[in-house]
Design a binder for this molecule. Sequence first.
Ligand code: ZN
Length: 192
Amino acid sequence: MSVLPEVLSANESYAADFGAKGELALPPARGFAILTCMDARLDPAKYAGLAEGDAHVIRNAGGRASDDAIRSLVISYKLLGTKEWFVIHHTDCGMEFFTDEVIRGLLAASLETAALDETGFHDVGTGPGSPEAKYIDWLTISDNAQSVAEDVARIRNHPLVPSSIPVYGYLYDVKSGRLVEVPEATAVGAAG
Ligand code: ZN
């Protein structure tokens, strides 16, 4: 059973009450951007108090500073004027539960969804898989505070990122909903 009818019905209700949001400007009104994980438990609009039109939210698996995330951040400041950025990873991130080697092996064997148990991910489906996974850097995480620090440093040191933009590093705690600063990341990300 597809979720499609539920999504379209929810959108009907949302659009019915859209009001003045149709008049919002393109540049984010509060002038900041958040790079965070796609994890379904994280709702940046709620955890950071955003309304439509307030801020850019860039999401990917892990909230990693991939080339594509940096592409979005550069557009965010250069064309749309953001002045402060957050990198927010989180506790219990799925990206901590595998390595490049593991996901490459899983995908080489099968394109069906793998199962997770206490010993990690295992293929339970059938083949064939594809060797294409070996050409992707999956940007997995072994220590989530360290991954925040690494990503803030990568953004800070990127030649297309001006030193005037502070980059703050935080971990979202999925048990409490709190944002916990990663001080070494925020120190590295300080505006110069
Ligand atoms: Zn995650």
